[in-house]
Structure formats: structure tokens, C-alpha cells
Design a protein around this ligand. Structure first.
Ligand code: NDP
Ligand code: CA
Length: 324
């Protein structure tokens, strides 16, 4: 029997008029912690999720269906432990190019019959973008290398001739590690400043920095220090999903919802950050209701990960000097 899917609508954030000039088509960004196969089966302890619903040979189709349904231009994934045997070949055949960066000591490797380390993956649609530069970062905290990573790609948009910098990361999990997450965020922001300011062209000083999108499982609620660092950084970043709220200032109530032996955990940990001066958010995929998610929460036969996918359409704001 084919399980029912979570129905989610694309909505326009309040107060924005649709912007879809043919010379400035929006860019669809999908952010998703897809749940590493080895962790889901071997470590997470999702006590209300039948083991059957975690079977990779079926679960992978639910993940791929979500991707193919939305056809993102940019795809940011965490907990990928099937890159070489699944996502790379399939995404390549769908016209994407991507890179993968495993965690140095992935907890997947502790699980018997694992499929290799998990890590971050970043794909772009090749008909939309060309790759100008890529950085594979191991995040540091107080100068010391950590077990968390980030990928940063500088892309050239074929439709507009503009540049876009895209990053994906997965920060350290669990409570008690707030200071480490904050330090990892500070390190990532510092790398992003360096990478986006190369942007330049002719005169370094006068050139604007490259517009930026940062996607990730930050493992941090909006009350944490690392969230504050991102929302107040000199990069001028805003969190896209705040725009779903009526005041435009409130994050969704949850982006992950699961039940472990230690109890139920419903929290907002995943974000899409964007440069608010250079980019605008045209549409967002709404968050399913508690009823849609169901009493056993996630993952389930209906949804393949304990984290919800986040999706938005963004477009370049007009540059004043290009208006002439
Ligand atoms: P993290 O603490 O960042 O978490 C790793 C994964 O565990 C994440 O994907 C996270 O998912 C998930 N997770 C979060 N909370 C729980 C929970 N309550 N129960 C089960 N899983 C959870 O991992 P690190 O990168 O710091 O690595 C930690 C593990 O890696 C160690 O426990 C060890 O097994 C292994 N390791 C081994 C080393 C070695 O020398 N061999 C060195 C370092 C680590 P989400 O992000 O979705 O919350
Ligand atoms: Ca996880």
C-alpha cells in the first residue's frame, strides 16, 4: 500500500508581490537533514517508528520523491551516508552537479554494516549555474578542529549573470554543546566573509560582496547564541522561514519532531539564511501541522526523515547601478 504523503503548500510571504521576471527567475533552494541510514537504524532509537519504515530500499524513494517533486535549483543535505551509491549518480542523471564532505569521525562508522561516513552534500542544477569555486571546510572552535564540516560553493547564475554563494553545514548536536555550536558558527561566518568578499571584480574596495545563502541543521533553537551570531552578523543575513509568520519575526514552532526513549523532542533546528539586502524570498513551503505529522511523529511510513525539508524560492533584488 502506498503511504499518504504530507501535503504542503507553497505560500507567498506576507506583503510581497510575486516577482517572476523572465530575466530574473527565482532560485529554488531545498534544505534537508535526510537522516543518515546508519543512524536511523542503529543509533537514534525512534521508538514509535516501525523499523520497516526505515528500510533504505524504500525510504530512499521517499527522499528522492521529495527532491524530484520540488526540482530545486540548489539542494543542501545533511546526514548523507549514501552519496556515492545513490545521490551522486541519480542527481547527475537529473542534471545536477554536487559535492560531498564527510564528517571526519562520523558516528555512522560505529554502526555495524554501515555504508560509510555521513556528511553534507551540496548540489546545484547545471543548466542554471556554473561552478566558480568550492571550499570544503572543517569547522574549528577556539582554534581547534572539530568533527563538523561545511561546503561553500560560489556559483554563476546563467540566467542573470549574477553570482551566488551557497553554503551547507551540520553543527554539533545535543544539549550541553551550545558553546561549541556558537564557536563553530563564528568560524563558519568568518570563512563566509572571506569567501564572499573575494567577489569583487575590478576594484576590491568598491565591489559589493557576493549574495549568500546558508542552509543547515544548526542543532540550535532560535534562543541559542549561534542563532544570534547569524542573525546579527555583518553579512546581513535573515532567516527565510521567519517570513512564514504573521509578524515576519518568528521562526516556525518546529523543523524536527521525534520520539526517543528519552521522550518527545519537537524543536526548530534547521534554517535557510539569506542576504536580505541582495536577495528576496518569493515563496516558502509551509510546515505541516501536528495532525498531518501524526501521533507517532517522525520519521514514519509517510515521511522519511525526522527533520522536515525547508524550501524557498529566492530571487536577486535589482542592483541600483544595474537599473539604468
Ligand atoms: P553529534 O553529537 O553532532 O551527533 C551525531 C548525530 O547524532 C547527529 O546526526 C544527530 O542528529 C544525532 N543525535 C542527536 N541527538 C541524538 C540522540 N539523543 N540520540 C541519538 N542520536 C542523536 O556527533 P559528533 O559528530 O560529535 O560525533 C559523536 C559520535 O561520533 C560519538 O558518540 C562517537 O560515536 C563518534 N565519534 C567517534 C570518534 C572516534 O574517535 N572514533 C571521535 C568523535 C566522534 P541531529 O543533528 O539530527 O540531531
Ligand atoms: Ca539526526
Amino acid at each position: 500500500r502506498r503511504p499518504a504523503r504530507l501535503r504542503r503548500d507553497l505560500v507567498q510571504p506576507g506583503g510581497t508581490a510575486p516577482c517572476c521576471h523572465e530575466h530574473n527567475p527565482s532560485i529554488r533552494v531545498l534544505q534537508w537533514n535526510i537522516l543518515a541510514q546508519a543512524l536511523g537504524e542503529g543509533k537514534d532509537g525512534f521508538i514509535r517508528c516501525p523499523l520497516d519504515a526505515l528500510n533504505w530500499q524504500e525510504r530512499k524513494y521517499l527522499i528522492l520523491e521529495e527532491i524530484v517533486t520540488h526540482r530545486p535549483d540548489i539542494l543542501c543535505l545533511q546526514e548523507v551516508d549514501h552519496f556515492y551509491d545513490t545521490f551522486e549518480p541519480i542527481m547527475t542523471s537529473l542534471g545536477y552537479h554536487g559535492s560531498f564532505l564527510p564528517k571526519p569521525w562520523s558516528p555512522c562508522l560505529d554502526v555495524e554494516q554501515n555504508n560509510g561516513p555521513d556528511g553534507c552534500a551540496l548540489f546545484y542544477r547545471s543548466s542554471r549555474f556554473s561552478l566558480q569555486a568550492v571550499s570544503h571546510l572543517r569547522l574549528s572552535a577556539m582554534m581547534l578542529p572539530t568533527n563538523q564540516v561545511a561546503i561553500v560553493q560560489t556559483l554563476g547564475c546563467r540566467a542573470t549573470g549574477r553570482r551566488l554563494c551557497v553554503a551547507v553545514t551540520h553543527l554539533k548536536a545535543r544539549s550541553g554543546w551550545e558553546r561549541l555550536r556558537s564557536a563553530q558558527g563564528a568560524d563558519l561566518l568568518q570563512s563566509l566573509r572571506r569567501i564572499t568578499s573575494r567577489g569583487g571584480g575590478q576594484s576590491e574596495a568598491a565591489s559589493a560582496s557576493v549574495p549568500l545563502v546558508v542552509c543547515g541543521d544548526f542543532n540550535a533553537e532560535p534562543s541559542e547564541d549561534v542563532y544570534r551570531r547569524f542573525s546579527s552578523s555583518p553579512l546581513g543575513l535573515n532567516s527565510a522561514y521567519k517570513l512564514l509568520s504573521s509578524d515576519g519575526q518568528t521562526e516556525p514552532a518546529y523543523t524536527t519532531w521525534k520520539i526517543r526513549p528519552s521522550g518527545e523532542s519537537c524543536s526548530t533546528l534547521d534554517y535557510i539564511w539569506y542576504s536580505h539586502d541582495a536577495l528576496r524570498v518569493d515563496r516558502l513551503l509551509n510546515i505541516p501541522t501536528e495532525e498531518q505529522i501524526g501521533p507517532d511523529r517522525l520519521p514514519s511510513y509517510h515521511y522519511p526523515s525526522d527533520h522536515l525539508s525547508l524550501l524557498c524560492d529566492i530571487s536577486f533584488r535589482e542592483e541600483p547601478h544595474r537599473l539604468s
